[in-house]
Design a binder for this molecule. Structure first.
Ligand code: IPD
Ligand code: CA
Ligand code: CA
Length: 263
């Protein structure tokens, strides 16, 4: 395997370049198109993805690449980069400064590196498998809150919230009366980073894609937290449903999800 340090370093520079590009254009008029009823994409999502693709392809020409906006020819490689060029695109389209760039590297099916960059706060979250989680170079840990009652949680809602009954509103209404408070930031990758650094105690969401979750999930694990699917099985990057926490409140979160799921 090539060097994890090099992967993280190149991914960090790449995420910063794309993030700075996004920030520069935050208040510009955007070309918006719709992938679904409320699932939008801007010209800046696409350009950010090109910036990332060009830089990673140059540095690691043999690696494969899976990104949100464009299907590219797959190469046979043990390494695959998972890229969300703009996580929080609805916020971005409205000029709300809560969004990030998320880049993960998977090696033979395992997430080995994760980088998330928030250009609005100049916060770079990085993690390498077995090497801890970092915010701007300083090691971070999950929170020590041990009761759900005292926990600040985060979640999000799927793009088919208007049409599918499986839309998280049932879980949300339960957590809203069990936790101290629940937030909806609009960026799954940042939600996970905030669990990793202790700002949130837990997070759950459904119907997500590998590029939304892979980098942030590694950050939570490397920060000492726990990451599973809704049944409590170990999270793998292809899981669409996720529960991530400081570990201490994880079983309480899974119990709430289980009690809602059987109805
Ligand atoms: C979305 C954000 C949001 C989550 C959505 C995701 P996008 O990603 O992470 O927080 O609730 O389900 O799809 O579309 O902004 O890249
Ligand atoms: Ca996303
Ligand atoms: Ca996106």
């Amino acid at each position: 395997m090539e060097s994890l340090v090099e992967f993280i370093s190149v991914a960090s520079e790449t995420a910063k370049e794309a993030g700075h590009y996004l920030l520069q254009n935050l208040n510009r008029k955007k070309d918006i198109s719709y992938k679904g009823q409320i699932d939008l994409v801007t010209n800046f999502d696409r350009r950010s993805e090109e910036i990332i693709y060009e830089r990673l392809r140059k540095a690691f020409p043999g690696h494969s690449f899976l990104a949100e906006e464009e299907i590219r020819q797959e190469r046979a490689s043990d390494y695959c980069w998972l890229v969300d060029p703009l996580d929080g695109t609805t916020n971005y389209a409205h000029g709300l400064p809560v969004f990030c760039v998320s880049i993960a590297l998977v090696y033979r099916g395992e997430i080995i590196a994760g980088v998330v960059y928030d250009p609005c706060r100049d916060e770079l979250f990085t993690a390498g498998l077995g090497q801890g989680a970092y915010l701007n170079g300083s090691q971070v840990r999950v929170s020590t809150t041990s009761e759900l009652d005292r926990s600040l949680l985060a979640t999000g809602f799927p793009y088919d919230v208007r049409t599918s009954p499986d839309n998280n509103l049932n879980y949300f209404s339960r957590f809203a009366v069990k936790a101290q408070a629940v937030r909806r930031l609009g960026s799954a990758a940042l939600d996970l980073c905030y669990v990793a650094c202790g700002r949130f105690d837990g997070y759950w969401e459904m119907k997500l894609k590998p590029w939304d979750l892979a980098a942030g999930a590694l950050l939570v694990k490397e920060a000492g937290g726990r990451v599973t699917d809704f049944q409590g099985n170990t999270f793998v990057f292809s899981c669409p449903n996720i529960v991530a926490s400081n570990g201490l409140i994880h079983n309480s979160m899974l119990e709430i999800i289980a009690s809602e799921s059987v109805k």
